[in-house]
Design a protein around this ligand. Structure first.
Ligand code: SF4
Length: 352
């Protein structure tokens, strides 16, 4: 069958899968003709440099407090990072969840608090909840710089580009807990790509690979749920309703994939008092990535991180050149951290 005779490329589109695959040395357990590719599954990695630039310029306003997830702090913008802006005196706070920004805005009415809303469908419901709270409380000093993104449009973009051959998709467990199976049904039907929604334990990933191989061997393309202890076909209707109340799809720029129609989430019209772009009258440009960094190719599954000439030479977690090396869910960081361990143990993964 194809499974024995051809190169089979399976792509995961979730940073937690990327980390699990690297941490547990799963590549080293698979046959040589089976490749696991990392897709655009890390929200920090796909956020373009221009977004960081905009956040930095807002942070320089004397009455602004920026609230962000920690992963974003060291991501390079066109010229510098939020960490450098903080060191230079900007008021930038790290949060574990969006409601912290609400608390901060309530405690400091003299400050204009801006939350950097970066994330996929897993994070967006808590952003939406926080926007709604700010709206209902009339909290005018809290706004959100929107960069939430949707996974299914990115999958359509990848599947239709034909730049990279994808034989199967390990679909993101957390995102799918929110969105359910319907968006993947379209991918399976339109492009003939088998989809398995997988969990994050090593055995989940291996079982997902097995289920994909079975579909490929049988010439099938459908959606299966491996992560059945969390994911329901219909997703989480309450979270979906909340998203629909507060946010609306809009075109959005992804590092490596360009602008994808309806792949981002913006605040709906009646929430615009809390849209930082409107409050401060700013647009988010694309910005400039370091031209030597190949994050864009990594995020499209075209190369694996060690194929970037800067990997482990100029680029490491302590001196990151690109976003994929900064984020704890980035493919370059995962390869750096765990591939080294595998080499030390003498169990170098296949094909890397
Ligand atoms: Fe960019 Fe560094 Fe990854 Fe190369 S190794 S693609 S420079 S983040």
């Amino acid at each position: 069958s194809r499974i024995d005779s051809e190169t089979i490329s399976l792509m995961e589109v979730c940073g937690t899968h990327t980390m699990a695959i690297a941490r547990y040395g799963i590549r080293s357990l698979l046959p040589e003709n089976m490749k696991l590719l990392s897709g655009p599954g890390c929200p920090v990695c796909v956020t373009p440099a221009g977004y960081i630039d905009t956040a930095i310029s807002l942070s320089r306003k004397p009455d602004v407090t920026i609230v962000t997830f920690g992963d974003l702090m060291r991501v390079p913008g066109s010229e510098s990072s939020l960490a450098e802006a903080k060191a230079a005196g900007s008021d930038i706070r790290v949060a574990y969840s969006p409601p912290y920004a609400l608390e901060l805005a309530e405690r400091h009415p003299d400050r204009k608090v801006v939350f950097l809303a970066v994330g996929f469908e897993t994070t967006s419901p808590s952003v939406a909840w926080t926007v709604l709270q700010a709206h209902e409380k009339g909290l005018r000093n809290l706004s959100f710089l929107p960069a939430c993104k949707l996974i299914p449009p990115a999958l359509h973009a990848l599947a239709s580009s034909e730049e990279v051959k994808i034989d199967g998709l390990i679909c993101p467990g957390h995102v799918s807990t929110i969105i359910g199976t319907a968006p993947y049904e379209e991918i399976a039907r339109e492009y003939g790509i088998p989809c398995v929604i997988g969990g994050f334990e090593p055995v989940d990933v291996l079982l997902s690979v097995l289920l994909l191989c079975r579909q490929i061997a049988r010439g099938e393309a459908r959606v299966e749920i491996e992560y059945s202890r969390s994911v329901q076909e219909e997703g989480n209707p309450k979270a979906l309703k909340l998203l629909d109340r507060v946010l609306t799809p809009a075109d959005s720029a992804w590092r490596g994939l360009g602008t994808i129609p309806d792949s981002g989430l913006e605040l709906k019209g009646d929430m615009s008092d809390h849209d930082a772009k409107i409050v401060f009258g700013v647009d988010i440009p694309l910005g400039k990535d370091n031209p030597s960094c190949r994050c864009g190719d990594v995020l499209r599954g075209l190369i694996s991180p060690p194929e970037c000439p800067l990997f482990r030479t100029r680029c490491s977690p302590s001196t990151p050149v690109g976003a994929c090396m900064v984020s704890s869910e980035g493919a370059c960081a995962a390869f750096y951290k765990y591939h080294q361990l595998e080499q030390e143990k003498g169990t170098t993964a296949h094909g890397e």
